[in-house]
Ligand binder design. Sequence first.
Ligand code: SF4
Ligand code: SF4
Length: 357
Amino acid sequence: MTAKVYFLPLTDGLSAGEQARALGRLYEASGADSAVDGKDFVAIKLHVGEKKNTTHVKPELIKALVERVKAKGGLPFLTETSTLYKGERENAVKHLLHAHRHGFGVDQVGAPFIMADGLTGNTEYEVSINGELHQSVKVAREIMSADALLVVSHPTGHVAAGLGACIKNLGMGLASRMGKLRQHSAMLPEVMEDKCRYCQKCIRWCPQDAIIEKGGRAYIQTEKCIGCGECLAVCRFDAVKYDWGAESGFMQRSMAEHAYGAVKEKPGKCFYINVLVDMTKDCDCFNSCQPKLIPDIGLLASGDPVAIDKATLDITARVHGKTLAEISYARHDAMIQIAHAEKIGMGSLTYELVQVE
Ligand code: SF4
Ligand code: SF4
């Protein structure tokens, strides 16, 4: 089946207010409203960015969605889950205070923030999916309670998956702690002794304090490691090794299956928005202010999570010669997650691009 993906082009460097007005036009033109009925609890899935991240989707855009959901009689709330790694979003209390600091308080966007996976990331439900890797997946509990889901994703490169966009926002972003661990279970790195200069950067950066000194080199304690890949990203000497072929592929397919679990029980009640603005090499979980990798492109909206991520790759390739994933992490094939999502019945790789002014 051919999906529709709505595309509203933006010029580079527009203010958050201009982006929000454009998003309002796209919301109306794309029929996003059809996913929302009066009195629905509408979960708006977002990512507020780690402490030093400045390129996450801005609160003005979320506020524009909140207003439209309210106008339809829905009850919107912002939602997220706790991270596996230590940081500003590792539990509900820290996450909500941090969200407020980044402009996502109820007084700022007009809707409360409700963590989908409870206080510490363990509030979950199990969804049967009959996937290729998992018979069932563990998803954050309050996603089940919501009647409708609006998913706002900020496409970036990703150190382990090549692309972080809608499927990753659903799969990793709406999994409970157990669900996340399962997706990362194959991602265990190793330090190559002959290449390590013991600069200690990975030790300072590791969010789990999993790296120690051993024999004058960095050493990863696998029992503490959560496979986040940050040591690999920060090592300037290529001393951290992953078996990318096997591990990225497993993670991407597992992520797609968890994404399917998050939306499977809401047919016709999910809508997806990808904000192709301030795109960076690494995702918004990185605690740093990253330079923009390519000029801004625009906004995409679709009722199909597979088609919207495929369109994200296609449009970045059309405008910049290579896909966002290829520009960021050429060693990964980011199509694995998208193709797997289609294979298990989540959506369609075939789409029609509808331009919105
Ligand atoms: S960042 Fe790289 S070179 Fe530095 S200690 Fe870690 S593994 Fe060794
Ligand atoms: S992948 Fe690297 S940075 Fe992440 S927890 Fe494991 S050792 Fe630490």
